[in-house]
Design a protein around this ligand. Structure first.
Ligand SMILES: Nc1ncnc2c1ncn2[C@@H]1O[C@H](COP(=O)(O)OP(=O)(O)OP(=O)(O)O)[C@@H](O)[C@H]1O
Ligand SMILES: [Mg+2]
Length: 320
């Protein structure tokens, strides 16, 4: 979803490369839709009937990543009880999506480069290369050029995967898409349920347009899902969408609950005054002079309050 120029550009680029076998590098912050675009490129290509195989290179330990990608033979290493078909082989005829490629360790980087260049993989424990016909799409939220300069990422692999770069803009740079996305997710989470669809208050929308969305579209999606669960009214209020901005400490929350039932100012003030005096009476074990000192009030005023709220100083005398 998106009508902003920057997003339309992404879509045009994705459509343009779909029917080539060029390697694509998707860049962009977390949650900007890299995986969605990778899947879109695959779906638009003539490989769409064959598998789209995603793998997150950052989520798998180095020792396992290689056998995940390329497979291994039975007995290739301790624990390799049976032969394993790698993801490249499983994606045959389709697309492999190497997510967080910047996290791939150097040892795997070498083998990836080889696999892309020769269109062959060598499963661990074997010497016989296996032909694979796989389109490679990669993604990263790191600055790979910087990783290359710092020696963490192989330059040759960088140039090999960066044939067609597509950059996904962060949500704060495509603010005009927010209302569309909001509508999209509101419908997604409520179905087209005919009875009473929840909307969003204009004040909530203003805050959403101002917010900088560090988690991008994923964050927007999650916030809407949560707001729908927590909102009590017929529309989503700012506090439902951004509870952390309206949060109060535990103690204040208790007071808030009590104040919920009170509407006019004088009742609210009296309620506070009573709680305040009772708490001081506890602290001072019923010693009026001390209460007056802490409160910064004259004793007659404290006496007046005690009478007003029917507080008995003796109740606090021996209280601990
Ligand atoms: N243009 C869009 N329209 C609707 N939903 C979108 C769009 N872009 C992304 N999403 C949704 O936002 C969520 C995050 O997208 P995705 O997983 O593709 O992000 P990512 O860039 O791969 O993030 P990460 O770097 O954290 O893996 C997904 O649920 C996806 O469906
Ligand atoms: Mg992703």
């Amino acid at each position: 979803v998106g009508k902003s120029q920057s997003f339309q550009r992404v879509l045009r680029e994705a459509m343009g490369v779909a029917n080539t076998d060029s390697t694509v590098l998707l860049t962009g912050e977390t949650g900007t839709g890299k995986e969605l675009i990778a899947q879109t490129i695959h779906n638009l290509s003539d490989r769409f009937k064959n598998p789209f195989v995603p793998i997150n290179c950052g989520a798998i330990p180095e020792t396992l990543l290689e056998s995940e990608l390329f497979g291994h033979s039975k007995g290739a290493f301790t624990g390799a009880h049976r032969k394993k078909v790698g993801l490249f082989a499983r994606a045959n005829g389709g697309t492999i999506f190497l997510d967080e490629i910047g996290e791939a360790p150097q040892s795997v980087q070498v083998k990836l480069l080889r696999a892309i260049e020769t269109k062959e993989v060598i499963p661990l424990g074997t010497t016989i290369p296996q032909k694979v016909d796989v389109r490679v799409i990669t993604a990263t939220n790191k600055d790979l050029m910087k990783e290359v300069e710092e020696g963490n990422f192989r330059k040759d692999l960088y140039f090999r995967i960066n044939v067609i770069p597509i950059h996904l803009p962060p949500l704060r740079e495509r603010v005009e898409d927010i209302p569309l996305l909001v509508q999209y997710f509101l419908t997604k989470f409520q179905g087209d349920g005919s009875s009473g669809l929840k909307g969003i208050l204009p004040s909530t929308m203003s805050m959403m347009l101002e917010y900088d969305w560090p988690g991008n579209i994923r964050e927007l999606e999650n916030r809407i899902e949560r707001a729908l669960i927590f909102s009590k009214g017929s529309s989503i209020a700012p506090a439902d969408m951004f509870p952390e901005k309206f949060e109060t400490s535990g103690q204040e929350e208790e007071v808030d609950e009590e104040f919920d039932a009170i509407t006019d100012y004088s009742t609210a003030k009296a309620s506070f005054e009573k709680r305040y005096i009772i708490s001081l009476m506890h602290k001072c074990k019923g010693n009026i002079s001390q209460v007056a000192r802490i409160a910064g009030r004259h004793r007659p005023e404290i006496y007046k309050m005690i009478r007003k709220y029917k507080i008995n100083p003796r109740d606090f005398k021996s209280s601990e």
